[in-house]
Design a binder for this molecule. Structure first.
Ligand SMILES: Cc1cc2nc3c(=O)[nH]c(=O)nc-3n(C[C@H](O)[C@H](O)[C@H](O)COP(=O)(O)O)c2cc1C
Ligand SMILES: [Mn+2]
Length: 458
């Protein structure tokens, strides 16, 4: 696998995995780039795109870097069917990072008056966005007591030459670190890397225990240590191969207006009083490439977030219900669980484990192994024919969920729902399913019965 964002881009250009295009026509970072990505998606295309010529900016932009499972899998060096397995392997076999002293990410170091993040080609996606946002930056911070690192993506609102607004969901780890420091009246140091290899993205998006060292998960994913370098103005280490690094501090108790921003739920949400980052240094490669993940319901956001999410659900549910075969996140806050049911009550057990594994999860649906969880028609069919609401649905009222769910109450308090759509008592003792005898299906050769060319005609 490739080691850095730079070599990842080279690998993708060489292999054309899922498509790779360079656009050299001038494109405005305000709406136009987003429109190109959106129109390609409507045409069912998610190529990695390099925008070479962003209006008024000197840095090229790469989008859709994590836009297909195949692309992420190739970047990590596994077949796409084995992505989740590889992430679970990394959970179980973490490798701590290795510090080096010379870093491409620090070829250029800017401090004080030389810092100007408004020069970055941060984008505006939708008419509801308050301004340009950095979306593909990984925020590094560490617990003040244990020193364990936390990595996360956070939307970052460009507010001035050296100021970024940040949205930190209550209940997520970065917010926990900030709250802990704020109670002690201390600032939180952060570093933000832009130009991140997909393996780093997966590590950052891991939803696991607070104590889990996400830097070591990245090492486990790669099979070798992630090379990190000491930052210039904050006490943090970041991947030495990043394209751009923003170092900064978030003061306790200070808040400013942030948002609204077009969120992954498809709504413009989250306008509020939020903390902000004062940038203390900006370092970058000599010729950096900026990276962006399109805001809103873009394909890339869905793919990159669900890969580690599904791996986490699998490990959490399988630790109590090992008969769970596979899981799929199909919509915001929604999980389909495929279960090889062996005893009564097992489906509910799986749902409880799932709800406990991620505070965002709202609806969990369990189906039998004959249901393809990638096919929502089949899932709906299972609900239609194997489920009785009075018997098989349960609701846990008033639980913490996502504040980005527009139907939820104050601070994301929401009802959670489990649907057991498995056959009762089990598939073997359920209504027999209709099928044409296997021998006949194998014997009948369609080509002998229909006009020539009929099967290939569109
Ligand atoms: C593109 C992108 C943007 C995101 N923006 C935010 C955000 O603004 N605030 C937030 O709390 N989580 C955001 N997330 C989700 C977190 O990064 C994710 O839940 C992460 O696993 C949190 O890690 P933590 O609990 O270790 O802090 C975003 C995810 C992606 C992929
Ligand atoms: Mn974490």
């Amino acid at each position: 696998m490739s080691e850095t964002f730079r070599t990842f881009l080279e690998e993708m250009e060489a292999t054309q995995e899922g498509g790779f295009i360079r656009i050299d026509k001038e494109v405005d970072s305000r709406y136009e780039a987003a429109a190109i990505v959106k129109k390609l998606e409507l045409a069912r295309k998610v190529p990695l795109i390099i925008f070479e010529n962003i209006k008024g900016k000197s840095i090229p932009v790469a989008v859709n870097c994590n836009g297909t499972r195949g692309r992420v899998a190739r970047a990590v060096g596994v077949p796409k069917e084995e992505l989740e397995k590889r992430v679970i392997h990394a959970f179980q076999n973490p490798i701590p990072p290795l510090e080096i002293s010379q870093a491409p990410a620090q070829e250029v170091v800017l401090r004080d008056k030389d810092i100007d993040i408004t020069q970055l080609p941060a984008m505006v996606y939708h008419d509801t966005d308050v301004g340009p946002y950095i979306t593909a930056g990984i925020v590094f911070a560490k617990d003040p007591d244990t020193g364990v690192y936390n990595l996360s993506y956070n939307r970052l609102m460009v507010k001035g030459n050296d100021k970024l607004g940040i949205f930190m969901t209550v209940g997520k780890h970065l917010n926990s670190i900030y709250t802990k420091l704020e109670e002690r009246n201390q600032p939180m140091e952060v570093a933000i890397t832009i130009g991140n290899h997909p393996a780093w993205a997966i590590g950052a998006l891991v939803i696991g225990p607070y104590e889990e060292d996400e830097l070591a998960v990245i090492g486990g994913l790669k099979g070798n240590p992630l090379e990190v370098v000491q930052c210039k103005t904050v006490d943090l280490k970041v991947p030495a191969g990043a394209e751009i690094v923003l170092e900064g501090v978030i003061q306790p108790h200070l808040r400013e207006k942030e948002g609204p921003f077009s969120e992954f739920t498809g709504y413009a949400l989250g306008e509020g009083e939020n903390p902000f980052i004062t940038i203390t240094a900006m370092t970058h490669r000599k010729d950096p490439v900026y990276q962006d993940i399109c805001g809103g319901q873009g394909r890339e956001h869905l793919i990159v977030a669900t890969i580690p999410m599904e791996a986490n659900y699998l490990r959490a549910i399988q630790s109590t219900v090992p008969e769970v075969q596979a899981v799929r996140v199909t919509a915001p806050f929604t999980l389909i669980i495929q279960l090889k049911k062996t005893y009564e009550g097992q489906a509910r057990q799986a749902i409880i484990a799932a709800l406990n594994a991620d505070l965002y999860l709202k609806h969990a649906i369990v189906v039998d192994t004959d249901i393809d969880i990638n096919n929502l028609h089949r899932v709906m069919w299972a609900i239609a024919t194997r489920f009785q609401a009075d018997r098989d649905l349960f609701v846990i009222p008033r639980v913490r969920g996502s504040s980005l769910d527009p139907s939820a109450g104050e601070m994301g308090v929401t009802d959670k729902m489990g649907i057991d759509a498995t056959a009762k008592p089990n598939l073997k003792n359920f209504a027999p399913m209709n099928k044409i005898p296997k021998e006949v299906m194998e014997r009948i050769d369609l080509a002998k019965y229909v006009p020539e060319g009929f099967l290939t005609k569109r």
